[in-house]
Structures are given as C-alpha cells and as structure tokens.
Design a protein around this ligand. Structure first.
Ligand SMILES: Nc1ncnc2c1ncn2[C@@H]1O[C@H](COP(=O)(O)OP(=O)(O)O)[C@@H](O)[C@H]1O
Ligand SMILES: O=C(CO)[C@@H](O)[C@H](O)COP(=O)(O)O
Length: 457
C-alpha cells in the first residue's frame, strides 16, 4: 500500500507461495486474505493485481476451476510448443503473428497439452484466463478482464494490434473458449465492496517496468525465480529466434523481454552445496578470482527456456586441483547465472535495444557478490534500485493512475545506487567466452545448434 501522491510505501503484507508448477487458483485468493489480514486494504482508494505471467487458469460454465492452474515454469507442454510451431509453418510465422515464438510457458501451448492429455477436462473448459485476470475477477466480482501486457504472454494475442488471434487459440485447442476483455492502460475495471476502484492489473514484468518508471535506455535485469532482461520500446519487436519475447507493457508501449528459468535459485543451490547463508556465500564468491580459475557453470538446473533447452541440466566444467575450492565454486555459480543474463542482454541488443544503464532487481539483486560481479561483467553501468517489491509498486502505480483518471501514470521518484565496480571488458570477454563454449557444447549434445543465438557468441 502506497501513498498515491508520491509512491511512498505505507504498509506491506505478504504470504508464501507453495513450491511446484501447478496450483489451485483459490490458493491465491487465500494468500491475498493472509497478506491483507488486519485490514491492510480497508482504507485504500484503488487496487491492482500484478502477477506472474503466462500460466493457464481454466473455468467451466459455472465459473468453477476445471483443474489446477499450470504456471509459467511448468514445462510439460514443451512438445506441444514444438508441434504448434511446426503446424503454423515455423517460428517466424508465430513471431509475426503474436510477437513471440511460443515456448512451454505460453498459455497456448498449455491449452494444446490439456486437449491432448486430459481431453475430458478440456471438454469442460468454458473460459481461459491468466493468474492476474482470475484474481482481478474475484476482486471485482464482474466480467473477466486482462491487459495488453499479460495478454501478450498467451500466444493468441497480437501486441502490435492489441487484438486476440482466435484462430491460433482454435488451432491449439480445437475451439475458442471465452477470453477476458482487454482493458486499456489506466482503465478502471471494477470496484470493491468498500468502493475502492480496481485497475486492470498486469503481468509481473510489466508491473516491475511500471514500478521502476522505465525510460528508453534503461534495461532491467531481474533475478527472482525467473531471470528476466527487458526494456520498454516504442515499437513492437519480432524475433524469430524466439530469444526475445515481444510483449506489450502496461502503458501502451512494448516490452521486449528475455526470460531464463535459472536465476536466484541457482545461487540458492550454490549455498546449499556449500552449506552457507547468503552473506557467507557472497564473501566466498567475492574472494574467488574473476573467471573462477577456469571453472564454468552452465546453470540450466531447471532445464532452460532461453535458449530453448527444456530437457537440459546444469553443467560444471573445468575442474582442476587448483580451482576445487569453495571460493571458486561460489564465484562460478554467480558468474554462470549472470552469463545467462548477459546473453539475454545481447539478444535484446540484436532487437535494437541500446542500453545506457542496467537496473538490478529481484531477490538475488540483494546479493553483494551479484552486484559487484555484474558491475564488472556487463559492459553497461549497473545500478541497484532501493530494495522494494517493484512488481507490487507497478500494480500500485497502475491503481493510482486508474483512480486519478489522468492520461498517464503518476510520476513517482525511484531511488537507485550506482554499483562502483567498473566494467572490465578483458575479464568479461574471457569469462563469457568460456561460458559460451560450455553452453554450446551442452546444447550440441542435446542435438541443438545455437548458432545465431546471441549473435553466435
Ligand atoms: N541476499 C540474497 N542473495 C541471493 N539470493 C537472495 C538473497 N535474498 C533473497 N534471495 C533469493 O531471491 C529469491 C526471491 O526473489 P523474488 O524476486 O522475490 O522471486 P520471485 O521471482 O519468486 O518473485 C529467492 O530464491 C531467494 O533465495
Ligand atoms: O515467464 C516469465 C516471463 O515471460 C516469468 O518472468 C514469470 O512472469 C514469473 O516469474 P517469477 O516471478 O516466478 O520469477
């Protein structure tokens, strides 16, 4: 909860999300009740929901949930994604139709999986929506709505025209269930019982972009469960390689974005391996030499989405007597995670994004080792915004915008601190070459050639 005048945080609440990649959406409703216990929302004038993108919430004709929602990081629909790409005539056809090449995260592939694997349940589906759409509908008690930003992660919405592509939904699912109405940026879509206005809400990355007040030249490197690298753009983007998803943002612009499956939890795995807490892990990583003495981690611990290697596992290469130390290992985990995101930055550049500064966000941005090593590894100045939940800040800013009835979101100041470590192109070059070599070998063993990915680095 923030003060609409200046974006100052007044109160916060939270509730945990269970592990796993599918969940009954009612758990989100209960989590909202826990997070707002004690009347947190009683005197608010406006609310918006920002939530993880993609996913699949299916409802029957009575509005009841048909099956647990599949989340963005559920990879069971990877073969369905490949089928859909082939059926339409290749990745470039999808990129031109909906701005993105559908991977297992995208709703359209999950619907194909449902039709193929659970046809009886598929037959019961009357409407399909996204996590934030469902929660918003529960709050308004009215017709379901979505926004351009989240809709652009379905695979059946064209962010360039802001129109659904029902023929693509039909191709995937055999018919076209009802879809939420796409609300305009800043629109009021309903009211709570207490009279607070409800804004359209959006996907989490669009929320973070709004919360951070992104401007041209800003690139966010977000390290939460997913790793995302994104920027606002004045034009839609189309990347047939599939590395960059051409999403819409929450303001009427676009949000080219690269998403990896392996970010903060790679560091958690490193801490677990070494049996240390975050502060000690950071100290170890900073004590390890740049390049970790030739030790390289390709961090595909959850399979990977970008590059599209859903069956991959991680790989640690270059072990020698001299580098088999706790310091080298911790350093290799941080560098491996950041190299995956640096590849993402290259993919954004290939789409015409010209970064002037990087903003590190997400839970892992709290790590001093991540901050310092990012400062030397990336070839753009790095800043760390003051630690806030920027997805929630974006939802709040959208809510304040809707309540104001103004043409644009209110201007709130975002404070950030420059990371002092300067880019070290020579060191970064060596680290990234070693990473690219290990990454490409891993991909080749899985039968994939990544030539063209990130400029063939
Ligand atoms: N100091 C830290 N160092 C490294 N990782 C951290 C630190 N603090 C929190 N994290 C990690 O951040 C993650 C949560 O980040 P968050 O951005 O909230 O994720 P989500 O994408 O799930 O919203 C957790 O995996 C947690 O381990
Ligand atoms: O799929 C994407 C972006 O396309 C993810 O960024 C999800 O939107 C959610 O990520 P976490 O909040 O769980 O990290």
């Amino acid at each position: 909860m923030v003060d609409a005048a200046d974006g100052r945080v007044v109160r916060t609440g939270d509730a945990p999300h269970p592990d796993g990649t599918e969940i009954d959406p009612t758990a989100w409703w209960h989590a909202l009740a826990v997070a707002t216990e004690g009347g947190l929302l009683n005197d608010v004038s406006a609310i918006a929901v920002a939530a993880q993108q993609h996913g699949m919430v299916t409802l029957d004709g009575e509005g009841e949930v048909v099956r647990p929602a599949l989340l963005w990081n559920d990879l069971r629909s990877a073969p369905d994604a490949a089928d859909l790409i082939n059926e339409l005539g290749g990745p470039d056809r999808w990129a031109s139709a909906v701005g993105s090449v559908p991977l297992a995260s995208f709703t359209v592939t999950k619907l194909r999986w449902l039709r193929r694997s659970e046809p009886d349940l598929a037959d019961r589906v009357a409407s399909v929506m996204l996590p934030h759409d469902w929660l918003t509908m529960r709050l308004t008690g009215a017709e379901p709505t979505t926004d351009r930003g989240d809709a652009s992660g379905t695979g059946y919405f064209d962010p360039a025209t802001s129109q659904y592509r029902p023929e693509l939904l039909k191709q995937a699912f055999g018919r076209t269930p009802a879809l939420p109405r796409v609300a305009a940026p800043g629109e009021v879509v309903g009211q709570t019982d207490r009279g607070a206005v409800i804004a359209a809400g959006t996907g989490d990355n669009m929320g973070a972009a709004l919360g951070l007040g992104l401007e041209t030249g800003d690139v966010v490197v977000s390290m939460g469960t997913s790793g995302t690298v994104f920027a606002v753009a004045e034009q839609p983007s189309v990347d047939p390689s599939g590395a960059v998803a051409g999403f819409a943002d929450a303001t009427g612009r676009w949000l080219p974005l690269v998403c990896t499956l392996n970010a903060a939890r790679v560091l958690a795995a490193g801490r677990h391996l070494l049996g240390v807490e975050p502060a000690e892990f950071d100290a170890l990583a900073l004590a390890g030499p740049p390049g970790a003495g030739g030790l390289t981690l390709v961090p595909y611990l959850e399979g990977e989405r970008t590059p599209n290697l859903p069956t991959a596992s991680g790989r640690l290469v270059g072990l020698r007597l001299a580098n088999t130390t706790r310091e080298h290992l911790a350093r290799a985990f941080v560098e491996g995670m950041l190299c995956g995101l640096a590849d993402g930055l290259d993919a954004l550049r290939a789409q015409g994004v010209a970064p002037r500064r990087l903003l590190l966000t997400g839970g892992a941005a709290r790590s001093l080792a991540v901050q310092e090593i990012a400062g030397s590894l990336f070839d753009v100045p790095v800043e760390v915004p003051e630690p806030l939940e920027y997805v929630a800040m974006g939802a709040a800013r959208q809510a304040a915008w809707a309540a104001s009835g103004a043409a644009a979101a209110p201007a709130w100041q975002v404070r950030s601190r420059a990371v002092e470590a300067a880019p070290q192109p020579d060191v970064a070059g060596v680290v990234r070459e070693a990473y690219a070599y290990a990454r490409d070998h891993l991909a080749a063993e899985l039968g994939w050639a990544l030539s063209g990915y990130c400029g063939g680095r």
